[in-house]
Design a protein around this ligand. Structure first.
Ligand code: IPE
Ligand code: IPE
Ligand code: MG
Length: 258
């Protein structure tokens, strides 16, 4: 039995505060350019926004916040920018985790780990272990993450653990425990800052029925008020999960079968 409902199999419980918010933090470079600063200054400022949004979500009672920090494709950026981002990541792991822990926040990392330095890998493991018992907000950082990688990796892991499924007789419930976000409900609300209206290989599987919200605001300018505006937009939507509007008056069951 899966821990959380799949939006394509059952109708997830609705909540006025999203249980899970997933964010593509975009626009750092353009924020800096507008101020005649180097791109990396935007990343540094973006970390300030991360602090504010984590605090706001924690206070609002959001259960899960997932932030896209570095995509599988971001390795293609200039070497100096990649190495600055890695430094910022390591610094944040070294300096921020204790504070997260004090605030009851559980930290998880999703994505490939094998391309990070040993130092970063060790810090990730320590941060996850130190905060594993916390019961407040679960903060997930997607780093060297790609949605396609996630689905492929899960399929490979599932077939390795359960070779009897190699004949193709598997379904969503079989795959779900191997996906990197198996511990969280699917996002209710997706936010992308920075003006682009695309998913950029983020949580492809998990966003199946997520409400999408795009804003032109650059990530370093995003704040608690902007988050509240996004949540208000989410609240005003009718989530139908394939049904008609009329059916929503009398909640029906799922379409459960594999
Ligand atoms: C998002 O900001 C941060 C990362 C992808 C690491 P960008 O660096 O993509 O900023 P823009 O989109 O170039 O403005
Ligand atoms: C998506 O932003 C990845 C992160 C925010 C980490 P990008 O700036 O890399 O996305 P594209 O390249 O504009 O699609
Ligand atoms: Mg960008």
């Amino acid at each position: 039995m899966a821990l959380f409902q799949s939006s394509t199999k059952e109708i997830p419980a609705a909540a006025s505060v999203p249980r899970h918010i997933a964010i593509i933090m975009d626009g750092n470079g353009r924020w800096a350019k507008k101020r005649f600063l180097p791109r990396v200054a935007g990343h540094k400022q973006g970390l300030e926004t991360v602090r504010e949004i984590v605090k706001a979500c924690s206070e609002l009672g959001v259960g899960y916040l997932t932030l896209f920090a570095f995509s599988s494709e971001n390795w293609r950026r200039p070497e100096e920018e990649v190495s600055f981002l890695m430094g910022l990541f390591l610094g944040a792991l070294q300096r921020e985790v204790e504070k997260l822990d004090r605030n009851g926040i559980r930290l998880r990392l999703i994505g490939r780990r094998d391309r990070f330095s040993t130092e970063i890998k060790e810090m990730i493991e320590k941060a996850e272990a130190d905060t594993a018992g916390n019961t407040g907000l679960t903060l997930t950082i997607a780093a060297d993450y790609g949605g396609r990688w996630d689905v492929l990796n899960a399929t490979q892991a599932m077939l390795k653990a359960r070779p009897e499924l190699a004949n193709g007789t598997f379904c969503e419930d079989d795959l779900a425990p191997y996906l990197s976000m198996h511990y969280a409900p699917e996002p209710d609300l997706f936010i992308r800052t920075g003006g682009e209206a695309r998913i950029s290989n983020f949580l492809l599987w998990q966003l199946a029925y997520t409400e999408l919200y795009f804003t032109d605001m650059f990530w370093p300018d995003f704040d608690r008020n902007a988050l509240n505006t996004a949540i208000a937009s989410y609240r005003a939507r009718e989530r139908r999960f394939g049904r008609t509007s009329e059916q929503l008056q009398s909640p029906a069951g799922g379409n459960g079968k594999c």
